[in-house]
Design a protein around this ligand. Structure first.
Ligand SMILES: Nc1ncnc2c1ncn2[C@@H]1O[C@H](COP(=O)(O)OP(=O)(O)OP(=O)(O)O)[C@@H](O)[C@H]1O
Length: 494
Protein backbone atom coordinates (compact mmCIF):
# COMPACT_ATOMS: atom_id res chain seq x y z
CA UNK A 1 0.00 0.00 0.00
CA UNK A 2 1.49 3.34 -1.06
CA UNK A 3 1.02 6.59 0.79
CA UNK A 4 1.15 9.92 -1.01
CA UNK A 5 2.16 12.93 1.09
CA UNK A 6 2.03 16.49 -0.27
CA UNK A 7 4.54 18.60 1.62
CA UNK A 8 5.85 22.13 1.07
CA UNK A 9 9.02 20.45 -0.36
CA UNK A 10 7.01 18.55 -2.98
CA UNK A 11 5.17 15.26 -3.29
CA UNK A 12 6.48 12.12 -1.60
CA UNK A 13 5.37 8.53 -2.17
CA UNK A 14 6.04 6.07 0.66
CA UNK A 15 5.87 2.32 0.13
CA UNK A 16 6.32 -0.38 2.80
CA UNK A 17 8.23 -3.44 1.61
CA UNK A 18 9.64 -6.45 3.47
CA UNK A 19 12.57 -4.94 5.36
CA UNK A 20 12.48 -1.31 4.29
CA UNK A 21 10.52 1.83 3.57
CA UNK A 22 10.84 3.10 -0.01
CA UNK A 23 10.71 6.88 -0.28
CA UNK A 24 10.27 8.60 -3.65
CA UNK A 25 10.30 12.37 -3.96
CA UNK A 26 8.75 13.64 -7.17
CA UNK A 27 12.13 15.03 -8.36
CA UNK A 28 14.48 12.33 -7.03
CA UNK A 29 15.12 8.61 -7.44
CA UNK A 30 13.65 6.18 -4.90
CA UNK A 31 15.54 5.93 -1.65
CA UNK A 32 15.52 2.72 0.44
CA UNK A 33 15.31 3.26 4.20
CA UNK A 34 15.99 0.06 6.17
CA UNK A 35 13.59 -0.46 9.08
CA UNK A 36 16.37 0.25 11.58
CA UNK A 37 16.58 3.84 10.31
CA UNK A 38 12.83 4.60 10.41
CA UNK A 39 12.11 6.63 13.54
CA UNK A 40 8.47 7.62 13.34
CA UNK A 41 5.32 7.78 11.28
CA UNK A 42 2.05 9.15 12.61
CA UNK A 43 -1.01 10.97 11.46
CA UNK A 44 -1.73 13.92 13.74
CA UNK A 45 -5.45 14.50 14.40
CA UNK A 46 -4.80 18.04 15.58
CA UNK A 47 -2.78 19.51 12.73
CA UNK A 48 -4.29 17.05 10.22
CA UNK A 49 -0.86 16.30 8.87
CA UNK A 50 1.10 13.14 8.21
CA UNK A 51 4.59 12.98 9.80
CA UNK A 52 7.33 10.55 8.71
CA UNK A 53 10.86 10.73 10.19
CA UNK A 54 13.92 8.69 9.32
CA UNK A 55 17.71 8.83 9.15
CA UNK A 56 19.64 8.77 5.90
CA UNK A 57 23.35 8.21 5.25
CA UNK A 58 25.09 11.56 5.03
CA UNK A 59 28.65 12.27 6.05
CA UNK A 60 29.36 15.46 7.96
CA UNK A 61 33.12 15.49 8.42
CA UNK A 62 33.06 18.58 10.65
CA UNK A 63 30.67 17.03 13.18
CA UNK A 64 32.02 13.50 12.65
CA UNK A 65 28.51 12.20 11.92
CA UNK A 66 27.30 9.82 9.23
CA UNK A 67 23.51 10.07 9.50
CA UNK A 68 21.11 12.94 8.90
CA UNK A 69 17.58 13.33 10.23
CA UNK A 70 14.87 13.82 7.59
CA UNK A 71 11.33 14.76 8.50
CA UNK A 72 8.51 14.81 5.97
CA UNK A 73 5.31 16.57 7.00
CA UNK A 74 2.36 17.04 4.69
CA UNK A 75 -1.25 16.43 3.81
CA UNK A 76 -2.78 13.14 2.68
CA UNK A 77 -5.98 12.35 0.80
CA UNK A 78 -7.43 9.71 3.10
CA UNK A 79 -6.93 10.34 6.82
CA UNK A 80 -8.11 6.89 7.95
CA UNK A 81 -5.85 5.15 5.47
CA UNK A 82 -2.93 7.36 6.60
CA UNK A 83 -3.57 6.51 10.24
CA UNK A 84 -3.58 2.75 9.53
CA UNK A 85 -0.57 3.01 7.23
CA UNK A 86 1.43 4.86 9.90
CA UNK A 87 0.48 2.40 12.64
CA UNK A 88 1.43 -0.59 10.46
CA UNK A 89 4.86 0.92 9.77
CA UNK A 90 5.46 1.72 13.45
CA UNK A 91 4.53 -1.75 14.65
CA UNK A 92 6.80 -3.26 11.98
CA UNK A 93 9.87 -1.13 12.76
CA UNK A 94 9.50 -1.27 16.54
CA UNK A 95 7.46 -4.18 17.92
CA UNK A 96 8.46 -6.32 14.93
CA UNK A 97 12.03 -6.17 16.25
CA UNK A 98 11.10 -6.38 19.93
CA UNK A 99 11.80 -2.68 20.49
CA UNK A 100 9.60 -0.46 22.58
CA UNK A 101 8.64 2.79 20.88
CA UNK A 102 8.71 6.20 22.54
CA UNK A 103 11.38 5.15 25.02
CA UNK A 104 11.47 7.07 28.31
CA UNK A 105 14.97 8.45 28.61
CA UNK A 106 16.83 9.95 31.56
CA UNK A 107 19.43 12.07 29.82
CA UNK A 108 22.52 13.39 31.61
CA UNK A 109 24.55 15.95 29.69
CA UNK A 110 28.06 16.76 30.92
CA UNK A 111 28.90 20.23 29.57
CA UNK A 112 32.46 19.77 30.83
CA UNK A 113 33.38 16.44 29.14
CA UNK A 114 35.90 16.08 26.31
CA UNK A 115 36.31 19.34 24.37
CA UNK A 116 33.23 20.75 26.12
CA UNK A 117 30.79 20.47 23.26
CA UNK A 118 28.30 18.13 24.98
CA UNK A 119 25.55 20.72 25.42
CA UNK A 120 25.80 21.98 21.84
CA UNK A 121 25.91 18.48 20.34
CA UNK A 122 22.96 17.33 22.39
CA UNK A 123 20.69 20.23 21.54
CA UNK A 124 21.70 20.52 17.85
CA UNK A 125 22.08 16.89 16.79
CA UNK A 126 20.93 14.34 19.34
CA UNK A 127 17.81 15.85 20.90
CA UNK A 128 16.10 16.43 17.50
CA UNK A 129 16.61 12.73 16.68
CA UNK A 130 15.17 11.64 20.05
CA UNK A 131 12.20 14.01 19.65
CA UNK A 132 11.57 12.84 16.08
CA UNK A 133 11.39 9.26 17.39
CA UNK A 134 8.82 10.31 19.99
CA UNK A 135 11.10 9.61 22.96
CA UNK A 136 10.06 11.03 26.32
CA UNK A 137 12.97 13.01 27.70
CA UNK A 138 14.02 14.09 31.15
CA UNK A 139 17.23 16.02 30.63
CA UNK A 140 19.70 17.31 33.24
CA UNK A 141 22.93 19.18 32.65
CA UNK A 142 25.39 17.94 35.26
CA UNK A 143 26.77 20.84 37.25
CA UNK A 144 29.54 19.16 39.22
CA UNK A 145 31.51 16.01 39.81
CA UNK A 146 29.23 13.48 41.54
CA UNK A 147 26.00 14.98 40.16
CA UNK A 148 25.29 12.00 37.85
CA UNK A 149 26.04 9.63 40.75
CA UNK A 150 23.41 11.32 42.94
CA UNK A 151 20.80 11.26 40.18
CA UNK A 152 21.41 7.56 39.48
CA UNK A 153 21.26 6.72 43.19
CA UNK A 154 17.68 7.99 43.47
CA UNK A 155 16.55 7.22 39.93
CA UNK A 156 12.95 6.13 39.34
CA UNK A 157 13.17 2.66 37.82
CA UNK A 158 10.57 3.19 35.13
CA UNK A 159 13.01 4.66 32.61
CA UNK A 160 13.85 2.63 29.50
CA UNK A 161 17.43 3.92 29.43
CA UNK A 162 19.88 6.31 31.04
CA UNK A 163 21.65 8.27 28.34
CA UNK A 164 24.99 9.86 29.16
CA UNK A 165 26.06 12.68 26.86
CA UNK A 166 29.64 12.54 28.02
CA UNK A 167 32.69 10.33 28.15
CA UNK A 168 33.25 7.23 30.24
CA UNK A 169 33.55 9.22 33.48
CA UNK A 170 29.83 9.92 33.70
CA UNK A 171 29.00 6.26 33.05
CA UNK A 172 31.27 5.30 35.95
CA UNK A 173 29.32 7.71 38.14
CA UNK A 174 25.92 6.40 37.00
CA UNK A 175 26.85 2.77 37.70
CA UNK A 176 28.20 3.68 41.13
CA UNK A 177 24.98 5.55 41.81
CA UNK A 178 23.05 2.40 40.84
CA UNK A 179 25.15 0.42 43.33
CA UNK A 180 23.85 2.69 46.11
CA UNK A 181 20.25 2.62 44.85
CA UNK A 182 17.53 1.33 47.21
CA UNK A 183 16.97 -1.47 44.68
CA UNK A 184 20.36 -1.91 43.01
CA UNK A 185 19.48 -4.91 40.86
CA UNK A 186 16.49 -3.13 39.39
CA UNK A 187 18.61 -0.03 38.81
CA UNK A 188 21.29 -2.10 37.05
CA UNK A 189 18.61 -3.56 34.76
CA UNK A 190 18.00 -0.09 33.30
CA UNK A 191 20.14 0.01 30.16
CA UNK A 192 22.84 2.68 29.96
CA UNK A 193 23.69 4.10 26.55
CA UNK A 194 26.44 6.62 25.81
CA UNK A 195 26.39 9.58 23.43
CA UNK A 196 30.15 10.04 22.92
CA UNK A 197 31.18 13.60 23.78
CA UNK A 198 34.10 12.80 26.10
CA UNK A 199 37.76 12.35 25.20
CA UNK A 200 38.12 8.58 25.24
CA UNK A 201 34.57 7.24 24.77
CA UNK A 202 35.71 3.63 25.24
CA UNK A 203 32.22 2.24 25.85
CA UNK A 204 30.80 3.88 22.76
CA UNK A 205 33.66 2.45 20.67
CA UNK A 206 32.89 -1.02 21.97
CA UNK A 207 29.18 -0.76 21.24
CA UNK A 208 29.36 0.99 17.87
CA UNK A 209 32.81 -0.01 16.59
CA UNK A 210 35.90 1.96 15.59
CA UNK A 211 34.26 3.56 12.57
CA UNK A 212 31.16 4.84 14.35
CA UNK A 213 32.27 4.97 17.99
CA UNK A 214 32.59 8.77 18.02
CA UNK A 215 29.51 9.34 15.82
CA UNK A 216 26.75 10.89 17.93
CA UNK A 217 24.06 10.19 15.30
CA UNK A 218 24.78 6.42 15.38
CA UNK A 219 24.84 6.59 19.18
CA UNK A 220 21.45 8.37 19.19
CA UNK A 221 20.04 5.67 16.90
CA UNK A 222 21.36 3.04 19.32
CA UNK A 223 19.45 4.74 22.14
CA UNK A 224 16.24 4.50 20.10
CA UNK A 225 16.67 1.09 18.44
CA UNK A 226 19.39 -0.73 20.43
CA UNK A 227 18.60 -3.96 22.27
CA UNK A 228 19.43 -4.45 25.96
CA UNK A 229 22.72 -6.35 26.28
CA UNK A 230 23.83 -7.84 29.59
CA UNK A 231 27.42 -7.10 30.60
CA UNK A 232 29.68 -8.07 33.45
CA UNK A 233 30.64 -5.38 35.94
CA UNK A 234 33.51 -5.34 38.43
CA UNK A 235 33.64 -4.75 42.15
CA UNK A 236 36.71 -2.69 42.91
CA UNK A 237 37.52 -2.94 46.62
CA UNK A 238 39.99 -0.62 48.29
CA UNK A 239 40.26 0.18 52.02
CA UNK A 240 37.15 -1.99 52.58
CA UNK A 241 35.20 0.33 50.31
CA UNK A 242 33.54 -1.22 47.29
CA UNK A 243 33.04 0.68 44.01
CA UNK A 244 31.78 -0.42 40.63
CA UNK A 245 34.04 -0.35 37.58
CA UNK A 246 32.73 -1.15 34.12
CA UNK A 247 35.70 -0.64 31.82
CA UNK A 248 39.24 -0.64 33.12
CA UNK A 249 41.80 -0.26 35.86
CA UNK A 250 45.24 0.96 34.89
CA UNK A 251 48.55 1.41 36.67
CA UNK A 252 51.97 2.58 35.57
CA UNK A 253 52.40 3.86 32.04
CA UNK A 254 48.76 3.20 31.08
CA UNK A 255 47.48 5.29 34.00
CA UNK A 256 50.03 8.05 33.41
CA UNK A 257 48.84 8.53 29.86
CA UNK A 258 45.30 9.16 31.11
CA UNK A 259 45.74 10.93 34.44
CA UNK A 260 48.95 12.68 33.41
CA UNK A 261 47.32 14.30 30.36
CA UNK A 262 44.21 15.86 31.96
CA UNK A 263 45.61 19.33 31.17
CA UNK A 264 45.66 18.40 27.46
CA UNK A 265 41.87 17.83 27.23
CA UNK A 266 41.64 20.39 24.40
CA UNK A 267 43.46 17.86 22.19
CA UNK A 268 40.58 15.35 22.36
CA UNK A 269 41.81 11.76 22.31
CA UNK A 270 45.20 12.79 20.86
CA UNK A 271 46.20 13.47 24.46
CA UNK A 272 46.46 9.71 25.07
CA UNK A 273 48.99 9.36 22.24
CA UNK A 274 51.05 12.24 23.70
CA UNK A 275 50.88 10.49 27.09
CA UNK A 276 52.01 7.20 25.60
CA UNK A 277 55.05 8.75 23.91
CA UNK A 278 55.98 10.59 27.11
CA UNK A 279 55.59 7.39 29.13
CA UNK A 280 57.83 5.45 26.76
CA UNK A 281 60.50 8.17 26.96
CA UNK A 282 60.35 8.27 30.79
CA UNK A 283 60.11 4.45 31.01
CA UNK A 284 59.34 4.37 34.73
CA UNK A 285 58.77 1.10 36.57
CA UNK A 286 55.29 0.50 37.93
CA UNK A 287 56.05 -0.48 41.56
CA UNK A 288 53.31 -3.02 42.25
CA UNK A 289 52.82 -6.71 42.88
CA UNK A 290 50.11 -8.28 40.75
CA UNK A 291 48.24 -11.49 41.70
CA UNK A 292 45.33 -13.09 39.90
CA UNK A 293 42.97 -16.03 39.96
CA UNK A 294 43.40 -17.19 36.38
CA UNK A 295 40.75 -18.84 34.22
CA UNK A 296 42.70 -18.91 30.92
CA UNK A 297 46.31 -18.06 30.05
CA UNK A 298 46.65 -19.35 26.49
CA UNK A 299 46.32 -16.46 24.03
CA UNK A 300 45.55 -18.76 21.10
CA UNK A 301 42.67 -20.41 22.94
CA UNK A 302 41.29 -17.01 23.94
CA UNK A 303 41.43 -15.77 20.35
CA UNK A 304 39.84 -18.93 18.92
CA UNK A 305 37.02 -18.83 21.43
CA UNK A 306 36.22 -15.19 20.82
CA UNK A 307 36.29 -15.63 17.05
CA UNK A 308 33.97 -18.64 17.26
CA UNK A 309 31.55 -16.83 19.53
CA UNK A 310 31.52 -13.66 17.44
CA UNK A 311 30.86 -15.70 14.28
CA UNK A 312 27.98 -17.61 15.82
CA UNK A 313 26.52 -14.87 17.93
CA UNK A 314 23.10 -13.81 16.73
CA UNK A 315 21.42 -10.65 17.95
CA UNK A 316 19.62 -11.28 21.24
CA UNK A 317 16.01 -12.45 21.03
CA UNK A 318 13.59 -9.55 21.16
CA UNK A 319 12.92 -8.58 24.75
CA UNK A 320 11.17 -5.61 26.17
CA UNK A 321 13.63 -2.96 27.22
CA UNK A 322 11.33 -1.96 30.09
CA UNK A 323 12.64 -2.93 33.45
CA UNK A 324 10.22 -4.72 35.72
CA UNK A 325 8.59 -2.16 37.98
CA UNK A 326 6.09 -4.14 39.98
CA UNK A 327 5.52 -2.49 43.35
CA UNK A 328 5.47 -5.88 45.04
CA UNK A 329 9.03 -6.75 43.92
CA UNK A 330 11.29 -7.10 46.93
CA UNK A 331 14.39 -4.94 46.74
CA UNK A 332 17.43 -7.13 46.15
CA UNK A 333 20.95 -6.26 47.12
CA UNK A 334 24.22 -6.25 45.24
CA UNK A 335 25.84 -9.69 44.75
CA UNK A 336 28.19 -10.46 47.68
CA UNK A 337 31.95 -10.54 47.14
CA UNK A 338 33.29 -14.04 46.42
CA UNK A 339 36.98 -13.31 47.03
CA UNK A 340 38.52 -11.96 50.21
CA UNK A 341 41.90 -10.14 50.33
CA UNK A 342 43.42 -13.05 52.25
CA UNK A 343 42.30 -15.71 49.69
CA UNK A 344 45.37 -17.30 48.12
CA UNK A 345 44.32 -20.73 46.91
CA UNK A 346 44.72 -20.98 43.16
CA UNK A 347 46.07 -17.44 42.94
CA UNK A 348 49.20 -16.65 40.94
CA UNK A 349 51.66 -13.86 41.65
CA UNK A 350 53.57 -12.12 38.91
CA UNK A 351 57.07 -11.44 40.19
CA UNK A 352 58.84 -9.53 37.43
CA UNK A 353 59.26 -5.71 37.52
CA UNK A 354 56.44 -4.14 35.54
CA UNK A 355 55.97 -1.19 33.22
CA UNK A 356 52.19 -1.28 33.50
CA UNK A 357 49.17 -3.29 34.55
CA UNK A 358 45.98 -2.86 32.56
CA UNK A 359 42.81 -4.81 33.26
CA UNK A 360 39.31 -4.44 31.91
CA UNK A 361 36.33 -5.37 29.81
CA UNK A 362 35.50 -4.26 26.28
CA UNK A 363 38.06 -4.42 23.46
CA UNK A 364 38.65 -0.72 22.83
CA UNK A 365 40.01 1.61 25.49
CA UNK A 366 40.52 4.38 22.94
CA UNK A 367 40.13 4.93 19.21
CA UNK A 368 43.72 3.90 18.56
CA UNK A 369 43.99 1.12 21.08
CA UNK A 370 42.13 -2.19 21.12
CA UNK A 371 43.74 -3.28 24.38
CA UNK A 372 41.47 -6.27 25.14
CA UNK A 373 40.58 -7.75 21.74
CA UNK A 374 39.44 -11.07 23.24
CA UNK A 375 37.20 -9.50 25.84
CA UNK A 376 33.61 -10.74 25.94
CA UNK A 377 30.73 -8.81 27.50
CA UNK A 378 29.38 -11.64 29.64
CA UNK A 379 32.02 -14.36 30.18
CA UNK A 380 32.25 -13.59 33.89
CA UNK A 381 35.98 -12.85 33.53
CA UNK A 382 38.27 -9.83 33.49
CA UNK A 383 41.13 -9.56 31.00
CA UNK A 384 44.34 -8.64 32.81
CA UNK A 385 47.57 -7.68 31.12
CA UNK A 386 50.97 -7.04 32.55
CA UNK A 387 53.87 -5.60 30.59
CA UNK A 388 57.27 -6.43 32.13
CA UNK A 389 59.83 -3.67 32.29
CA UNK A 390 61.80 -5.01 29.32
CA UNK A 391 63.11 -2.44 26.83
CA UNK A 392 61.63 0.59 25.04
CA UNK A 393 62.16 -1.27 21.77
CA UNK A 394 59.97 -4.17 22.95
CA UNK A 395 57.24 -1.84 24.19
CA UNK A 396 57.19 0.17 20.94
CA UNK A 397 57.18 -3.04 18.89
CA UNK A 398 54.35 -4.31 21.09
CA UNK A 399 52.25 -1.23 20.33
CA UNK A 400 52.34 -1.70 16.56
CA UNK A 401 48.91 -2.49 15.24
CA UNK A 402 47.39 -1.55 18.63
CA UNK A 403 44.31 -0.13 16.90
CA UNK A 404 43.58 -3.60 15.45
CA UNK A 405 44.33 -5.42 18.71
CA UNK A 406 47.68 -6.76 17.43
CA UNK A 407 49.54 -5.70 20.60
CA UNK A 408 47.71 -8.65 22.24
CA UNK A 409 50.14 -10.94 20.39
CA UNK A 410 53.26 -9.16 21.65
CA UNK A 411 55.37 -12.02 23.08
CA UNK A 412 56.42 -9.82 26.01
CA UNK A 413 52.87 -9.01 27.04
CA UNK A 414 51.39 -11.33 29.68
CA UNK A 415 47.64 -11.61 29.12
CA UNK A 416 45.34 -13.53 31.45
CA UNK A 417 41.60 -14.02 31.72
CA UNK A 418 40.87 -13.98 35.42
CA UNK A 419 38.01 -14.38 37.88
CA UNK A 420 39.64 -11.77 40.12
CA UNK A 421 42.95 -10.02 40.68
CA UNK A 422 44.67 -7.85 43.24
CA UNK A 423 47.42 -5.26 43.25
CA UNK A 424 49.73 -4.28 46.11
CA UNK A 425 51.85 -1.14 45.69
CA UNK A 426 55.52 -1.67 46.55
CA UNK A 427 56.22 2.08 46.83
CA UNK A 428 54.01 4.93 48.08
CA UNK A 429 53.84 6.92 44.82
CA UNK A 430 52.14 6.02 41.55
CA UNK A 431 49.02 6.49 39.46
CA UNK A 432 45.87 4.38 39.45
CA UNK A 433 42.96 5.08 37.10
CA UNK A 434 39.62 3.28 37.32
CA UNK A 435 37.45 3.76 34.22
CA UNK A 436 39.69 6.77 33.52
CA UNK A 437 39.03 8.35 36.95
CA UNK A 438 41.83 8.96 39.48
CA UNK A 439 41.82 6.59 42.48
CA UNK A 440 44.30 6.49 45.40
CA UNK A 441 47.45 4.51 44.67
CA UNK A 442 46.75 1.88 47.31
CA UNK A 443 46.18 -1.87 47.50
CA UNK A 444 42.98 -3.04 45.80
CA UNK A 445 41.17 -6.15 44.60
CA UNK A 446 38.82 -6.60 41.65
CA UNK A 447 36.29 -9.34 41.00
CA UNK A 448 33.69 -9.88 38.31
CA UNK A 449 29.91 -9.93 38.59
CA UNK A 450 28.59 -11.75 35.58
CA UNK A 451 25.81 -9.94 33.69
CA UNK A 452 25.16 -7.41 36.46
CA UNK A 453 24.96 -4.43 34.10
CA UNK A 454 22.81 -3.62 31.08
CA UNK A 455 23.73 -1.58 28.01
CA UNK A 456 22.00 -0.86 24.73
CA UNK A 457 23.65 -2.38 21.69
CA UNK A 458 22.87 -2.45 17.97
CA UNK A 459 24.44 -5.90 17.59
CA UNK A 460 24.09 -7.80 20.88
CA UNK A 461 27.89 -8.11 21.12
CA UNK A 462 30.95 -5.85 20.97
CA UNK A 463 31.39 -4.24 17.56
CA UNK A 464 34.96 -5.30 16.87
CA UNK A 465 36.83 -7.03 14.15
CA UNK A 466 39.78 -9.02 15.44
CA UNK A 467 41.77 -11.56 13.46
CA UNK A 468 42.09 -14.72 15.60
CA UNK A 469 45.74 -15.25 14.52
CA UNK A 470 48.93 -13.26 15.15
CA UNK A 471 49.96 -10.95 12.30
CA UNK A 472 52.77 -12.41 10.11
CA UNK A 473 55.50 -10.40 11.91
CA UNK A 474 54.70 -12.15 15.24
CA UNK A 475 54.06 -15.63 13.92
CA UNK A 476 57.55 -16.94 14.60
CA UNK A 477 57.32 -16.39 18.32
CA UNK A 478 54.22 -18.27 19.38
CA UNK A 479 52.90 -16.51 22.51
CA UNK A 480 51.98 -19.81 24.14
CA UNK A 481 55.62 -20.96 23.84
CA UNK A 482 56.89 -17.61 25.08
CA UNK A 483 54.42 -17.80 27.91
CA UNK A 484 55.61 -21.24 29.00
CA UNK A 485 59.20 -20.05 29.14
CA UNK A 486 58.16 -16.83 30.87
CA UNK A 487 55.99 -18.78 33.26
CA UNK A 488 58.93 -20.52 34.93
CA UNK A 489 60.87 -17.29 34.99
CA UNK A 490 58.35 -14.71 36.10
CA UNK A 491 55.29 -16.31 37.63
CA UNK A 492 54.99 -18.08 40.92
CA UNK A 493 51.85 -19.89 42.07
CA UNK A 494 50.85 -19.50 45.68
N1 LIG B 1 29.46 20.61 35.13
C1 LIG B 1 30.57 19.94 35.40
N2 LIG B 1 31.72 20.59 35.66
C2 LIG B 1 32.86 19.94 35.91
N3 LIG B 1 32.98 18.59 35.91
C3 LIG B 1 31.87 17.89 35.65
C4 LIG B 1 30.61 18.51 35.37
N4 LIG B 1 29.70 17.56 35.13
C5 LIG B 1 30.36 16.37 35.26
N5 LIG B 1 31.65 16.57 35.57
C6 LIG B 1 32.74 15.58 35.73
O1 LIG B 1 33.51 15.49 34.52
C7 LIG B 1 34.26 14.27 34.55
C8 LIG B 1 34.60 13.79 33.14
O2 LIG B 1 33.46 13.44 32.50
P1 LIG B 1 33.33 12.64 31.13
O3 LIG B 1 33.52 11.24 31.31
O4 LIG B 1 32.02 13.07 30.59
O5 LIG B 1 34.41 13.25 30.16
P2 LIG B 1 35.86 12.79 29.72
O6 LIG B 1 36.66 12.49 30.93
O7 LIG B 1 36.32 13.80 28.77
O8 LIG B 1 35.63 11.50 28.87
P3 LIG B 1 36.41 10.12 28.88
O9 LIG B 1 36.17 9.56 30.25
O10 LIG B 1 35.78 9.33 27.79
O11 LIG B 1 37.83 10.47 28.61
C9 LIG B 1 33.40 13.32 35.37
O12 LIG B 1 34.16 12.85 36.45
C10 LIG B 1 32.24 14.18 35.90
O13 LIG B 1 31.96 13.97 37.25
Amino acid sequence: MDLLVSSPQGKYTFKQVDNALLVTHEDSPTCTIQHHYVLDSHYDDEDHLMHVSYLIDKLDKKQGTSLELLKVTGTVQDEVQAFDWAEKLMSTVYEGYGIQRSRRLRVLVNPHGGVRKGTFIFSRIVEPIFRAAGCQLHVTQTTHNGHAHDIAKDLATNYDAVVTVSGDGLIHEVLNGFAEHADPLKAFSIPVAPIPTGSGNGLSLNLLGAEHGFDVTRAALNVIKGQPMKVDLFSFTQDNKRSISFMSQSLGLMADLDIGTEHLRWMGDTRFMVGLLRGIIQFRACPVQLSYKAAEMDKHKMAERVSLLRKNKKPPPPTSSSPATSESDIAETLPPLKFQPEDNEGWTTFDEPLLYVYAGKGPFVGRDYMAFPVSLPDDGLIDVMAMPLSSRKDVIAGMTGAEKGESFWSPKLQYVKAHAYRVKPLKPKGHLAVDGEIYPFKEFQVEVHQCLGTLLSPYGHYAVDFAPHPPAKNKKSKPSEGKKKGATRSVSTI
